[in-house]
Write a protein that binds this ligand. Structure first.
Ligand code: HEC
Ligand code: HEC
Ligand code: HEC
Ligand code: HEC
Length: 174
């Protein structure tokens, strides 16, 4: 059996590692990604995102439909209530005490799907997928989408990953 002391040391070590990681990768906001990811020659990911559903997800909470859903659930204001904003904005999903430069108006931002960018954002790292991943880049998968695209969403019908991925596609080459 492990001694109580050893268990305590292990717990503290785990917590310290977690805290370090959280500090390691900070959210920098979509405007920073835009500096490099808005060129037509390499697919202008920022423009595609900004015109798509995720960048505008907070606006969806201002609609009459949103107000009706909120009323039924006894929610006063869907644009500020965490039970709505937690899936409609990256900002509401993260530790707001950490050092972040990301705003709620960004909606579901690049970094929800690709990970906080403070460490992978430099050109020399970004050019290598391996280095980027080692510095916090996430290549999103179906599981990540389903953190929000699930039956907890009041308007949920179904989610087909391959089709959904095509609808939000923003490839580097065309
Ligand atoms: C200094 C420029 C720069 C910044 C800032 C930057 N990137 Fe990149 N990124 C690149 C380059 C260069 C590539 C390689 C592909 C290309 O040429 O567009 C790349 C590739 C990527 C890839 C593809 C990785 C792979 O190998 O599959 C993703 C995803 C990505 N960036 C997301 C982001 C996100 C999200 C941000 C903001 C948090 C960001 N980038 C900020 C320059 C940058
Ligand atoms: C943080 C939560 C969140 C994550 C993660 C997320 N989405 Fe969404 N997504 C939303 C919200 C909220 C909307 C609705 C926004 C609106 O209609 O204004 C949406 C809308 C969409 C739409 C348009 C509506 C539809 O169902 O056709 C597509 C397509 C989509 N998402 C695909 C994806 C894919 C693919 C992934 C994973 C790579 C993903 N989403 C991850 C929150 C999320
Ligand atoms: C579990 C995550 C999640 C939660 C919680 C959530 N939403 Fe959503 N919402 C989504 C996703 C994903 C979509 C797009 C696909 C769908 O309808 O499921 C969406 C779409 C919507 C739409 C439709 C937007 C359009 O373009 O037609 C409205 C309106 C909406 N949500 C309002 C709300 C309100 C109001 C709340 C709080 C009571 C809420 N949502 C809570 C994930 C969520
Ligand atoms: C809702 C989730 C989601 C959001 C938000 C999102 N992406 Fe992506 N991104 C994806 C998915 C899914 C892929 C494809 C991954 C794969 O290769 O399977 C991808 C791929 C990429 C690639 C690589 C494309 C290629 O051809 O290899 C780049 C670069 C990129 N994203 C940048 C961005 C930037 C910059 C933003 C914000 C302006 C952003 N993404 C927002 C889900 C997202």
């Amino acid at each position: 059996m492990l001694s109580k002391k050893l268990v305590l040391i292990l717990v503290v070590a785990f917590m310290a590692a977690g805290a370090l990681q959280a500090q390691d990768y900070e959210y920098i906001g979509a405007a920073k990604c835009k500096m490099c990811h808005n060129k037509p020659a390499t697919g202008q990911q920022y423009k595609i995102w900004s015109e798509g559903p995720h960048a505008n997800a907070m606006k969806a909470l201002e609609s009459d439909e949103a107000k009706a859903i909120a009323k039924e659930k006894g929610i006063a204001d869907p644009t500020t209530d965490p039970s709505c904003t937690k899936c409609h904005s990256t900002y509401a999903r993260i530790d707001q005490n950490s050092n972040i430069s990301l705003t709620e108006t960004e909606g579901v931002s690049c970094e929800t799907c690709h990970g906080p960018g403070s460490k992978y954002k430099s050109k020399s790292i970004m050019e290598s997928q391996e280095k980027s991943i080692a510095n916090g880049l996430i290549i999103p998968d179906e599981k990540l989408c389903k953190e929000c695209h699930n039956a907890e969403s009041p308007t949920f019908k179904s989610f087909n990953y391959e089709e959904a991925k095509k609808k939000i596609a923003h490839p580097v080459n065309g």
